[in-house]
Design a protein around this ligand. Sequence first.
Ligand code: NAD
Length: 258
Amino acid sequence: MVENKVVFITGAASGIGYEIGVEFAKNGAKVVFSDIDEAKVKDVTETLKQDGYECIGIKCDVTKEEEIQQAIDLTVEKYGRLDVLFNNAGLQHVASIEDFPTEKFEFITKVMLVAPFIATKHAFPIMKKQGFGRIINMASINGLIGFAGKAAYNSSKHGVIGLTKVAALEGAEHGITVNAVCPGYVDTPLVRNQMEDLAANRNVSVEKVLEDVIYPLVPQKRLLKVQEVADYSMFLASDKSKGVTGQAVVIDGGYTAQ
Ligand code: NAD
């Protein structure tokens, strides 16, 4: 489905971005893993190269427009095209609005909303010239419903769904599709760490925390696998999804159906 596609992913040194990048590479794509953590992204891509996958690892701090521009240029220099832009980099801070430092709100929004806008701006001319492009924005169920304590994360994820719709309209006549993926609770090191902290505070097992806190919220009563997000992303990146654009695709085990 994604064989020979040239894919550029942000925030790909760890977590969902890394695992999705690996899935693309396993399925024959040429993948540019980028991240603010240069050492880590170089390290993980060296291992993948030794395993025979076509990829490179580069530094790209998405809060810096010139680094996004350079990373996209480097992708085209190395592989001759840019088929898929995957805006994945993200971070969060939890605090009530009254206690939320304004600079932190601005910074998180810069990483998760302004950066996808800038990357789209620089990818568009290349994709228009090719007459083909796939842009995937990593949103979340936090982009569809509110969660107390997550003002910046929620606002950015809601915003990136808006950006997705506008970009879809502007790319529509040029063979470019733009979609957002909205995962619920995914089994990642980040989520596991949060569960471990909660378990330690309550002096119970991680499984007990999942049963008491997470599973009551998720009709399928499980954490999602990154593979499920990767499979959907590969469909969105492929030629088969031509008619799907401007959508926020939800993969949440039924969370938002309630
Ligand atoms: P993670 O912390 O494991 O990975 C995030 C990556 O982004 C890290 O490698 C980090 O170095 C990088 N990053 C942070 N700031 C950056 C910057 N300024 N420039 C470039 N890279 C930067 O987190 P994750 O759970 O894998 O989350 C990845 C994305 O998936 C985020 O957008 C997140 O909102 C989204 N998401 C995660 C879940 C989940 O359950 N984990 C659910 C829904 C959506």
